[in-house]
Design a protein around this ligand. Structure first.
Ligand code: HEC
Length: 112
């Protein structure tokens, strides 16, 4: 009987620790800027770069293989590059641009 109780307690602890972990992961995803960045990317960037960043339409660079750091990516987004138009008039806040930068960086990590 004592043993049964012990198992029960361990079980409850396991279950509660698992759910806690899951909940915090979900929270991070939905409140993180990455979600905004993804949406902005889907609206502004996929026509040339594609959903995964590797489409290469209009001679665009493969974002999954880009070696640019965050500052350089931000500059390309703001000012454009070659045939890529500048986006500082469409992504008007620093927060939006930063979110897109983060999403562009995440395209790279997923590909590895
Ligand atoms: C009209 C097509 C077009 C759209 C829309 C577009 N791009 Fe580009 N992008 C390009 C082209 C073309 C290049 C290559 C420029 C060059 O190197 O001459 C490029 C290059 C880049 C680079 C540099 C990659 C490297 O390693 O040199 C980044 C970063 C980038 N784009 C991000 C974005 C983001 C983020 C968006 C959306 C806000 C976006 N692009 C929208 C066409 C586009």
């Amino acid at each position: 009987m004592v043993l049964k109780n012990a198992f029960f307690i361990v079980g409850v602890l396991l279950i509660s620790s698992c759910t806690e972990g899951e909940i915090s992961t979900v929270k991070e995803d939905s409140t993180n800027v990455e979600v905004d960045g993804r949406l902005l990317y889907m609206n502004q960037c996929i026509s040339c770069h594609g959903p995964k960043g590797d489409l290469g339409n209009s001679g665009s660079k493969d974002l999954t293989k880009s070696k640019l750091d965050e500052a350089a990516v931000l500059k390309v987004i703001k000012k454009g590059k070659g045939t890529m138009p500048p986006f500082e008039y469409l992504l008007t806040t620093e927060k939006e641009r930063e979110a897109v930068v983060q999403y562009v960086m995440s395209l790279r990590k997923e590909e590895k």
